[in-house]
Design a protein. Structure first.
Length: 396
C-alpha cells in the first residue's frame, strides 16, 4: 500500500503536466484576445494636432489685464492653434476640453493669456416670473314661509367678497462657464477649460495666446501642452463596445470619460532669429524621424500581437529582452529620460539609439541657446561660439 501510494504521488505531476500546459495556453490566448478587444475599444474617438513650433512675438507695451510687469525680462506672446478631429460613425456627446500649457524653463512667468473666463446663458433674455393669489368668500341664507293655502313667502340673502393679488418681475438668467482659464504651477503655466454649449462647438481649430515673461535676450525654449476631451461616447451595439463598457469597481457605465487626449512639446523661437528657428526645426524633425523609426521597429517586432499585460509578464521573465512596445518614446520626449540609464532605451537597436542621441542633442540646443552682445553695435553670437573662440585663443 505504501509503495502504491508513492507511485501515485510520483506519477501525478506527469499526468497533470500536459493539462496544465494546455490550460496555461488557453488562458494566455483568452487574455490576449480579451486584451486586444479592449485595446481596440479604447481607441481615441477624438484626435488632436498642434504645430510643433511657435513664434515668440515681442510685446512692446503693457496691455489691460496683465498679471505682472516685466522688469528684467522680455514679454513675448506665443500663439497655439489646437485642432481636433472627431472620428467614428456617430457623434459622441463632448462635454469639455481641458488644456494645460507649461514651459520647461520655470523662470518664465505668465503675464497675460486669452481667451479669458467667459460665461453665457441658455436663455436669450431675462426670465419673466408672474405670480397671482386670489381669495373668494361667499355666504347665503334662504327661507320659505307657507300659511295654509292662502299665503306663501320667500326670503333670501347672499354676501360675497373677492380679493386678488398679482405680482410680475424679471429674473436674471442663470449663467454657466463657457470658457474657464487661469494660471497653474505658481504662475508659470496656464490652463483652459472649454465646454460644449449652444454657442461654442468643440471641434475644429481653437486658438490660444499666452504672454510669457522670459529672460532677457531670449532666443528659444520648450513648452509642454496637454489636452484631454471628456464626454460620453456614442452608443454602439458591437461586441467590442459591450466588453469595453463592462463596469469595474462600481464605475458608472454611462458617465463621463476621456474620449481623447494628447501631449505635445512645442519649440518656441524668437521672432526674426534664423538660428533659433533652425534649431527648433531640427528638434521637431528629429523627433518625427525618431517616432517613425520606433513605429517601424515595433511593427517588425514579433510580440506586437500580444496584449500589454502578457508583454509585461514576458519582459519580467526574460531579463535580457527589450520591450519595444513600451512607452519609452514618451519618457524620452516628455520626461527627459536619460538615454544612458533608462532600462529600455539603453538596449534599443543601434539605429534607434543614434536617433535618440540626435534628438537629445537637438533638444539641448533649443534649451541652451543664448545670446551675448559685446556692444550695442555688434552682431549677436551664440554663447558656445564665444567659449570655443576663447579656448582657441588661450595660450598653450
Amino acid at each position: 500500500m505504501t509503495q502504491t501510494t508513492c507511485n501515485r504521488v510520483r506519477f501525478a505531476p506527469f499526468a497533470l503536466a500536459p493539462s496544465s500546459g494546455l490550460l496555461t495556453l488557453v488562458m494566455a490566448s483568452t487574455l490576449s484576445i480579451f486584451g486586444s478587444s479592449i485595446a481596440a475599444a479604447q481607441n481615441p474617438v477624438i484626435s488632436f494636432d498642434l504645430p510643433p513650433t511657435a513664434v515668440a512675438v515681442p510685446i512692446s507695451r503693457p496691455r489691460p489685464g496683465d498679471l505682472r510687469t516685466s522688469h528684467q525680462g522680455e514679454p513675448v506672446e506665443i500663439t497655439l492653434r489646437l485642432s481636433s478631429l472627431v472620428s467614428g460613425a456617430e457623434m459622441p456627446r463632448i462635454d469639455r476640453w481641458m488644456v494645460r500649457c507649461v514651459p520647461r524653463d520655470r523662470s518664465w512667468g505668465v503675464i497675460n493669456y486669452s481667451p479669458r473666463t467667459e460665461t453665457a446663458s441658455e436663455y436669450a433674455s431675462p426670465i419673466q416670473v408672474k405670480t397671482s393669489d386670489e381669495q373668494t368668500q361667499s355666504f347665503g341664507v334662504a327661507a320659505d314661509v307657507t300659511q295654509g293655502n292662502l299665503a306663501r313667502g320667500h326670503a333670501g340673502m347672499d354676501a360675497g367678497t373677492k380679493q386678488s393679488e398679482a405680482m410680475q418681475y424679471d429674473r436674471v438668467a442663470p449663467l454657466h462657464a463657457v470658457t474657464a482659464a487661469g494660471t497653474i504651477e505658481r504662475g508659470c503655466g496656464v490652463y483652459y477649460k472649454l465646454r460644449w454649449t449652444s454657442t461654442q462647438v468643440l471641434e475644429g481649430e481653437k486658438e490660444f495666446k499666452v504672454t510669457f515673461d522670459v529672460p532677457a535676450e531670449f532666443r528659444s525654449g520648450l513648452v509642454d501642452v496637454s489636452v484631454v476631451a471628456m464626454g460620453r461616447p456614442a452608443k454602439q451595439g458591437s461586441m467590442t463596445d459591450m466588453i469595453s463598457r463592462i463596469p469595474v469597481l462600481g464605475e458608472d457605465v454611462g458617465g463621463i470619460r476621456a474620449l481623447g487626449q494628447a501631449r505635445f512639446v512645442v519649440a518656441v523661437h524668437a521672432e526674426g532669429d534664423p538660428v533659433a528657428w533652425q534649431a527648433a526645426r531640427e528638434m521637431t524633425d528629429t523627433e518625427s524621424a525618431l517616432r517613425r523609426e520606433a513605429a517601424r521597429v515595433r511593427a517588425q517586432s514579433p510580440s506586437r500581437s500580444l496584449s500589454t499585460m502578457i508583454r509585461h509578464v514576458a519582459a519580467k521573465l526574460d531579463v535580457d529582452s527589450v520591450d519595444l512596445h513600451s512607452d519609452w518614446p514618451d519618457r524620452l520626449v516628455f520626461h527627459n529620460a536619460d538615454p544612458y540609464n533608462d532600462p529600455v532605451i539603453k538596449k534599443l537597436p543601434a539605429e534607434l539609439r543614434v536617433l535618440v542621441l540626435d534628438y537629445c542633442d537637438a533638444r539641448r540646443s533649443v534649451e541652451t541657446l543664448r545670446t551675448r552682445t559685446v556692444d550695442p553695435d555688434a552682431a549677436p553670437f551664440q554663447l558656445n561660439e564665444l567659449v570655443q573662440s576663447s579656448i582657441a585663443g588661450s595660450p598653450q
